[in-house]
Design a protein around this ligand. Sequence first.
Ligand code: FAD
Length: 398
Amino acid sequence: MMNFALTEEQEAVRKMVRTFVDREINPHIQEWDAKGHFETSILKRLAELDLMGVCIPEKYGGSGMDYNTLAIVCEELERGDTAFRTAVSVHTGLNSMTILQWGDEFQKEKYLVPQARGQKVAAFGLTEPNAGSDVAAMQTTARREGSEYILNGSKTWISLCDVADNFLIFAKTDKEKGHHGISCFIVERTFPGVTTKAIKGKLGIRAGNTGEVFLEDVRVPAENRLGEEGEGFKIAMSALDNGRFTVGAGACGLINASLEASLKYCHERKTFGKEIGKHQLVQQMIAKMTANLEISRLLVYRAGWLKNQGKRNTRETSLAKWYACDAAFEAANDAVQIHGAYGYSNEYPVERFLRNAKAPVIYEGTREIHTIMQGEYALGYRVDKPLRKMLPAWPFEE
Ligand SMILES: Cc1cc2nc3c(=O)[nH]c(=O)nc-3n(C[C@H](O)[C@H](O)[C@H](O)COP(=O)(O)OP(=O)(O)OC[C@H]3O[C@@H](n4cnc5c(N)ncnc54)[C@H](O)[C@@H]3O)c2cc1C
């Protein structure tokens, strides 16, 4: 049996986040974006609203809601701005859910609990100056010395770099082994040798914080290694299954925001004696946004449904992320088109939507990487094998 209805709890969460965004983000976002200002108080408010650990079990400090509730939160946050959805994507999707999946009880107690409660902020450090899509090209190293690892290297384009307390850092423990030589570590900002620096001059997500993380002889206790030595690549890819899910969900919010702004403007603006919404070529853009919002949501919810059952969902999540992000970019582009020259200025929000829509087509797997993945799945060249540790099914066990 299929059920397309959201639960009462999911509807209530959607309403709560929408109200929060309309009251506390939308009135200020143009200013924060123009100034390149990341408003950290929003993270505190998200913690107060129990939104920093939506799908983390209650016993680990989270709200214990299902994975699709996380999707709804991400959609509604990105309806406000991509910066705050990105924050939840890295904090919860890429970091906390990865500790939930791969961490031992010590790591869950020490790191997951405060993160899920929003007392600590978490980030994800995979990308390096010379290693983006090609993860195995990373140069950061982790050398074992007694009960510690010594980390050296640098990460770049790391969201929340300046505000995170904890980072998941991927580093090579064996340079000869390619993918199999990567390991994953929980690194605290306070560990000596960790420094960060924001990147300025970004096209979009200007109200967000993105930058570099430098690691200079950072001593990390061996108990902070997530999973086994050499398991880092698998851990990174499973983290992306969760991060991509939140990115795809957020893209639905950006489509919705583009649609809402366009519908309003279609009724306001007149050309040739009628509302521009009466012109069929404008209707075509509106119709495409409407269809893509529905299609993207369905793809995202299906991926969430698989997560709820504890099933592998790499293929479905990749498809949802790829489709929704391309659709969001198209929707934002069309929203600017519908607004004509006014859409080209920051008097209206749509130019911000267009600038923000670009990064999700690049991060968490570029459009090209997802295209290749889907081609390979269809052709049978790529098959997902069961992982040693899966994300727990929902409802969570007490
Ligand atoms: C705003 C923002 C926030 C980010 N946040 C984070 C974060 O929190 N943590 C993190 O680790 N990273 C983060 N990233 C980095 C992001 O994940 C990488 O930018 C992404 O993985 C792509 O890597 P790259 O930029 O090095 O591009 P490259 O891998 O160098 O790719 C360049 C171009 O070549 C194409 N290409 C590459 N390989 C192939 C191939 N095999 N076939 C066809 N085409 C190919 C790509 O699609 C792309 O068009 C962020 C990036 C941005 C923009």
